[in-house]
Design a protein around this ligand. Structure first.
Ligand code: HEC
Ligand code: HEC
Ligand code: HEC
Length: 121
C-alpha cells in the first residue's frame, strides 16, 4: 500500500516536471534558438561549397520576428527557394546583406555564411 502511494507520488512529480519542461525554452526546436543550415536548392552546386548557415538567434536579437516572417521568409525550414542567385539579386538574405544593413556578399564574405559541412544534396 505504502509502496504504491510512493509510486503515485513519483509519477505526479515526473508529470509536474514534464509539464514544466514544456513551458521552458528547453523544449524549443534548435531552429528557434540555434543555427539553421539552409537546405540547398540552387542548380549550380559544387560539392566543395559548404552549406550556408543562418544563425537564427543572432538575428533575432536584432530584429523582431515580423521583419522576416513572412515578408522575407516563411516560418518553415526549406519552404522558400533560397539560392545564391536570389540572394545576390537582393532577395532573402540579400534584403539585408547588401553592405548597408549587414555585410555584403563578396569573395571576402562567402565563408561567413558558408561554413556547414555538406550533408544533404
Ligand atoms: C549572406 C549569406 C551568404 C553569403 C555572404 C554568400 N552566400 Fe552563397 N548562399 C547563401 C544561401 C542562404 C544559400 C542557399 C543554401 C545553400 O545552398 O547553402 C547559398 C547558396 C550558394 C550556392 C549553392 C548553389 C546555388 O546556386 O544556390 C553556392 C555555389 C554559393 N552560395 C556560393 C557563394 C559564393 C561563391 C559566395 C561568395 C562570393 C557566397 N555564396 C556568399 C548565402 C550566402
Ligand atoms: C533575420 C530574419 C529572421 C528573423 C528576424 C526571424 N526569423 Fe525565423 N526564420 C528565418 C529563416 C531564414 C528561416 C528558414 C526559412 C527557410 O528555410 O525557408 C526561419 C525559420 C523559422 C521557423 C521554422 C523552423 C522550422 O524548423 O521549420 C520558425 C518556427 C521561426 N523561424 C520562428 C521565428 C520567430 C518566433 C522569430 C522571432 C522571435 C523569428 N523566427 C525571427 C529568418 C528569421
Ligand atoms: C533583416 C535583415 C537580415 C536578413 C534578412 C538576414 N540577415 Fe544576416 N545579419 C543581419 C545583420 C544586421 C547582421 C549583423 C551585422 C553584420 O555582421 O554585418 C547579420 C549577420 C549575419 C551573420 C554573421 C553572424 C555572426 O556570427 O557574426 C551571418 C552568418 C548571417 N547574417 C547570415 C545570414 C543568412 C544566411 C541569411 C539568409 C538566410 C541572412 N543572414 C539574412 C541582417 C540580416
Amino acid at each position: 500500500m505504502k509502496k504504491s502511494l510512493t509510486l503515485i507520488r513519483l509519477c505526479r512529480l515526473w508529470f509536474a516536471f514534464s509539464m514544466l519542461g514544456l513551458s521552458l525554452p528547453l523544449g524549443a526546436s534548435p531552429y528557434q534558438i540555434g543555427d539553421i543550415t539552409i537546405p540547398r536548392k540552387g542548380a549550380d552546386s559544387p560539392a566543395f561549397m559548404p552549406h550556408a548557415v543562418f544563425p537564427h538567434w543572432k538575428h533575432r536579437t536584432r530584429f523582431k520576428c515580423f521583419v522576416c516572417h513572412d515578408k522575407i521568409f516563411k516560418m518553415k525550414l526549406g519552404a522558400d527557394n533560397i539560392n545564391m542567385d536570389a540572394v545576390r539579386s537582393g532577395k532573402f538574405c540579400g534584403v539585408c546583406h547588401n553592405g548597408k544593413v549587414a555585410f555584403a556578399i563578396g569573395f571576402d564574405t562567402c565563408e561567413r555564411c558558408h561554413y556547414a559541412p555538406r550533408k544533404s544534396p
